[in-house]
Design a protein around this ligand. Structure first.
Ligand SMILES: Cc1cc2nc3c(=O)[nH]c(=O)nc-3n(C[C@H](O)[C@H](O)[C@H](O)COP(=O)(O)OP(=O)(O)OC[C@H]3O[C@@H](n4cnc5c(N)ncnc54)[C@H](O)[C@@H]3O)c2cc1C
Ligand code: FES
Length: 367
């Protein structure tokens, strides 16, 4: 048995090495020359062949949502490639439905520009811009979450975004990475102060961008962001609002709370926020204060592992316990959930079992 496992590891190791070798050889030896990318039958881009379609577009200031930075794991970079894209790769198929495959939808980070291409890009993506920013302030909110306050330098009006949307932060190559990397971070600040943005960033073990932010980034440093992106924002309706978050998932919900206050939205709003202990309750006082400023807002934090020193008298357990306990069957709610995949999916399953339909559940998954 052990021998079989060792052989399998050896075979997959050789396969991975061979793939890496072919990739490196391809990038050094192959010369694809110039290629044309015809966009929406209108715009003709001339690019140097050999790079992924996603980065070729970005180099020409066409920004496609790509929260994972082109690693092929977020599936947000989908575009229609009508000609020249070559066969669909095994790295794409898990993310493409049968209908998408029939409609020539591809992951633009996986399609390499080897010849002329014909593609389609939704018009709204042309509004996404790149901005130079300075890091004004870095504050420790908890042991593993920092608040990063940015100022946009390159544009007087700043960035126009809907509360709930995210930007992509690009950090330079450093000792943990082979090239500059970017990832998605939701905007926590109010959309009024659009030259000043706040992001809340959790440190992920061995994570390329979050480690840079936590251990290398300095106040005064200049970086680049692009955006805004995403469809996670308050819908126009008169339904009650349920907000659910854990950790830095609070970021877009803070921005939405500022919007509810600024626009005097009178809808009954509840926030379920899950943390481990009292010291993980970031922005507790600030969120609690919304109860005095909004006409009908309730903040319900819950702790999954309160310590004795916490002397916690509030709700205990995970945010899913609060759904079980407080959300009645078929409640007329619109729900906005943000945080880890596991948390979002558990909440979604439970809400559906309670009769809340898919159209009334909105989320951003942070992995
Ligand atoms: C729409 C959207 C909005 C987001 N907003 C925020 C935000 O406001 N604040 C924030 O902190 N993050 C946010 N994220 C997550 C963020 O984009 C990065 O995925 C995260 O910072 C990890 O990036 P990294 O480069 O440090 O790790 P990577 O180098 O990408 O990953 C390193 C390893 O960690 C694993 N991993 C990646 N992400 C996580 C995670 N969240 N938890 C546990 N393991 C992980 C990976 O599978 C990999 O094995 C958001 C993601 C999306 C899709
Ligand atoms: S950029 Fe994330 S899958 Fe393509």
């Amino acid at each position: 048995m052990l021998q079989l496992i060792l052989s399998l590891i050896a075979i997959s190791g050789i396969g991975a090495l061979l793939a890496l070798f072919l990739e490196i050889a391809d990038s050094y030896i192959a010369d694809y020359g110039e290629s044309h990318i015809l966009i929406n039958n209108e715009k003709d881009l001339v690019v140097e062949g050999g790079s992924p379609l996603l980065s070729s577009l970005m180099e020409n200031e066409i920004f496609i949502p790509s929260a994972c930075g082109g690693k092929g794991t977020c599936s947000l970079c989908k575009l229609r490639v009508l000609a020249g894209g070559g066969p669909v790769l095994p790295t794409e198929t898990p993310y493409l439905s049968k209908e998408e495959l029939e409609n020539d939808v591809r992951l633009s980070c996986q399609v390499k520009v080897r010849n002329d291409l014909k593609i389609e890009i939704p018009e709204e993506l042309f509004k996404i811009k790149e901005f130079r920013v300075s890091i004004e302030k870095v504050i420790d909110l908890t042991d593993d979450i920092k608040s990063i306050q940015l100022k946009i330098l390159t544009n007087e009006e700043g960035i126009s975004f809907k509360p709930g949307q995210y930007v992509q932060l690009k950090v330079p190559k450093y000792e943990m990475t082979r090239e500059s990397e970017y990832r998605a971070y939701s905007v926590a600040s109010s959309s009024e102060a659009s030259r000043d943005l706040e992001l809340l960033i959790t440190k992920v073990a061995d994570g390329a961008v979050s480690t840079y932010v936590h251990d290398y980034m300095k106040e005064g440093e200049e970086l680049t962001i692009n955006g805004p992106y995403g469809e996670f924002y308050l819908q126009e309706s008169d339904k009650d609002i349920l907000l659910i978050a854990t950790g830095s998932g609070l970021a877009p919900l803070l921005s939405i709370l500022h919007q509810i206050e600024r626009e005097k939205i009178g809808r009954k709003t509840t926030l379920f926020f899950g943390a481990r202990t009292v010291k993980d309750l970031l922005y507790y006082d600030e969120v609690k204060d919304f109860e005095t400023r909004l006409p009908d807002f309730t903040f319900m934090p819950t702790l999954s592992r309160p310590t004795e020193e916490d002397r916690w008298q509030g709700e205990k357990g995970r945010v899913t316990n609060l759904i079980e306990k407080y959300i009645p069957e078929n409640a007329p709610l619109e729900v906005y959930i943000c945080g880890s995949i596991v948390m979002v999916e558990s909440c979604e399953d439970l809400l559906k079992k309670k009769g809340i339909s898919e159209e009334n559940i909105f989320y951003d998954k942070f992995e």
